[in-house]
Design a binder for this molecule. Structure first.
Ligand SMILES: [Zn+2]
Length: 373
């Protein structure tokens, strides 16, 4: 999902359109023009096209709202979201790292379908308010748009709730299994298995429909099944390779040792002159009588205005130990990786018996993962 057009940012999340989205957008506009022409032959050419274009734009907005619902709930639960990409079959929110508990997984997954349902029913509700009678074809442009958006959003919510991993429904299923069995990897396997079965049912049903005369509609269903199967497979292998690549490895094998220590009473100006500018070190341990009390990095120094450096001590600028996520030399690398991703930190101090043993950097972990997988 990399080749895409950036359209903006919401709450720090980059919004992008994959090129395949433009194809589907064009198809939607053409089919809407066709539909509006049949239902409302009295409309002028301009009115038909403008209504169709406007509907397609609002459809895009409602897809985006579905993804934003996932992303904002994820952010609320302190997961990092880097971007949302809309492509031919919907949207993907790139949430960094998996939820670390069943509740988070459940709410992040269900937020999207809930948003779509709310949008769907609101559109239909407003259409009814504007004298549209249910089970008739809408005859004004505004009700036409609202009714189409209403049904499409409700369908979107229902489709996404099919319990096929990695669809939202699959994630909801996984989170419920996880909450009940307390076993995350078993839940993933069961949800993935249900996903495979659902995908095969789609393919079989599509082929059956195709041969009994449904034509393109049948092929489309089979295609969705194939897409689900492929997605289930790749999400399964992805989880396996990440975990497999670093299985059995401990933090002590990858951490940087020989961390330079500075005294907490040193002024920031001295620290910059003596330590920061003269070594390639990125992160320094702050000590008090040989005891680790915090960490100080280039970024911490940068957050303090330069004219205050000589009046500020290292202790005032550092991040105190209590506020840091720490690991021990025995911590599995996979757990360290999860911490880094979950809290968005660049480094984790490695501590044993109150003494700093080393530091694991985010960049080291990323490099390790890249090399090993
Ligand atoms: Zn979703």
């Amino acid at each position: 999902m990399n080749s895409n057009v950036k359209v903006g940012r919401v709450s720090g999340i980059e919004i992008g359109l994959h090129y395949s989205w433009f194809i589907i957008a064009a198809l939607i506009v053409f089919s809407l023009v066709e539909r509006f022409r049949q239902v409302n032959p009295s409309w002028g050419r301009g009115e038909t096209w403008i209504t169709a274009l406007f509907t397609a734009v609002l459809f895009f907005v409602s897809l985006l709202l579905h993804e934003l619902a996932h992303s904002l709930v994820a952010q609320k639960r302190s997961l990092r979201v880097s971007k949302i990409t809309l492509f031919a079959l919907g949207g993907v929110s790139q949430i960094q790292g998996d939820a670390t508990d069943a509740k988070t997984e459940f709410w992040v997954a269900i937020a999207g379908p809930i948003a779509s349902l709310i949008i769907g029913f609101s559109c239909l509700g407003i259409a009814v308010g504007l004298v549209w009678q249910r089970s008739t074809e809408p005859h004004t442009a505004v009700t036409g748009i609202l009714v189409w958006l209403g049904y499409i959003n409700i369908s979107l919510a229902l489709f996404n709730m099919i319990p096929a991993f990695p669809l939202d429904g699959g994630r909801v299923l996984r989170s419920i299994l996880w909450a009940v069995t307390k076993n995350a990897s078993l839940s993933t396997r069961v949800a993935a298995w249900v996903g495979h079965v659902a995908a095969f049912l789609f393919i079989l049903d599509g082929i059956r429909k195709y041969f009994s005369g449904a034509g393109f509609g049948g092929l489309w269903i089979a295609f969705i099944g194939w897409f689900l199967l492929d997605a289930a497979k790749s999400s399964n292998t992805q989880a396996k390779t990440t975990a497999g690549a670093v299985r059995g490895m401990r933090v002590s094998e990858v951490m940087s040792r020989g961390c330079v220590a500075v005294n907490r009473g040193m002024s920031l100006q001295d620290f910059v002159d003596v330590c920061l500018l003269r070594t390639a070190q990125r992160c320094f341990a702050v000590e008090d009588d040989g005891r680790l009390v915090g960490l100080i990095t280039r970024r911490d120094v940068g957050s303090i205005p330069r004219d205050r450096w000589h009046r500020t001590t290292v202790r005032q600028a550092m991040r105190p130990l209590q506020t840091l996520n720490t690991v021990t030399p025995e911590t599995p690398v996979l757990d360290a990786l999860k911490l880094v991703v979950r809290y968005g930190v660049d480094q984790l101090p490695v501590i044993a018996n109150g003494i700093l043993q080393g530091i694991v950097f985010r960049s080291q972990l990323v490099e390790l993962l890249r090399t090993r997988s």
